[in-house]
Design a protein around this ligand. Structure first.
Ligand SMILES: NC(=O)c1ccc[n+]([C@@H]2O[C@H](COP(=O)([O-])OP(=O)(O)OC[C@H]3O[C@@H](n4cnc5c(N)ncnc54)[C@H](OP(=O)(O)O)[C@@H]3O)[C@@H](O)[C@H]2O)c1
Length: 235
């Protein structure tokens, strides 16, 4: 079996880090447009170890303002890719998000019922179901990550997350790809406030209290299953 992964969205924030860690092929958006089933079917001219599907419209505001476009990319793109990967007997590893949950109670486990708070979350959740319904060999990773640098002068002390910096999460996804996990898995690092995450990189970031009533303040995913799997595999 070929040891190379096929990674979609390899030029994006996560893809840029992940492709450094894995033996992989990362076709461009133009070479491998996930909304074009003919193009993607024609691209599969060799075997791969698995497909890691990152390509998406990931900007939440853009998704909200371009609902049809984000549905076509995030939902129908998953359907196209899952069907073709399945025809080729390839496993598909799909990167989903903590935004499939409303961000109210926190500690969301793999068995909690999703209920997205925004359009982006809906498209990612619908993408999950396209993967589940159209592939017989899949893994859905729900996660969250931040750019390498904290880009604001302040960070919230009362908003909680299991997110980490993109290089840290790319490494966790790399480990996950080595474990051959099936089903849904929540990946992140221990629950923390955004302020605690921010000062890991920059001690000058000022603490700020989030007073917006509708803000998703408890977005952290339960990562117990992930921690146990890592321990079992000696990572
Ligand atoms: N950012 C987060 O905090 C976060 C958290 C949890 C999960 N995720 C998920 O993680 C994945 C990667 O996120 P990211 O932040 O790295 O995304 P990103 O930086 O926005 O990159 C998106 C990638 O998808 C490609 N793409 C967009 N439309 C495409 C299409 N129709 N066909 C093929 N490629 C297409 C883009 O290529 P071009 O730039 O060339 O168009 C780019 O390489 C996404 O699935 C996202 O939903 C993100």
């Amino acid at each position: 079996m070929n040891e190379k992964y096929l990674i979609t969205g390899g030029s994006g924030k996560l893809g840029t880090h992940l492709k450094e860690l894995l033996s992989c092929e990362t076709p461009t958006h133009q070479q491998f447009d996930i909304t074009d089933p003919i193009k993607i079917r024609n691209y599969f001219n060799q075997d791969y170890k698995a497909v890691i599907h990152l390509a998406a419209i990931s900007d939440q505001q853009y998704a909200a303002n371009h609902q049809e476009e984000s549905y076509i990319v995030n939902v129908l793109g998953c359907r196209n890719l899952a069907k073709i990967a399945n025809e080729k007997n390839l496993k598909i590893i799909y990167i989903s998000t903590d935004y499939v949950f409303p961000g109210t109670k926190g500690n969301y486990s793999e068995t909690d019922l999703p209920s997205p708070a925004n359009w982006y979350g809906y498209t990612k959740l619908a993408g999950e179901w396209e993967i589940r319904l159209n592939s017989q060999n899949w893994c859905i990773i729900r996660t969250s990550f931040r750019p390498l640098k904290w880009s604001f002068p302040t960070a919230f002390t009362n908003v909680f997350t299991s997110a980490d910096y993109v290089d840290v999460i790319a490494n966790e996804i790399f480990l996950c790809s080595k474990m051959n996990i099936e089903g849904i898995i929540h990946i992140g690092t221990q629950k923390k406030s955004f302020y605690d995450l921010a000062i890991k990189k920059n001690k000058k970031i000022e603490p700020e209290l989030c007073t917006l009533p509708d803000f998703q303040k408890n977005r952290d995913l339960c990562i117990e299953k992930w921690d146990k799997l890592k321990e079992m595999h000696g990572f």
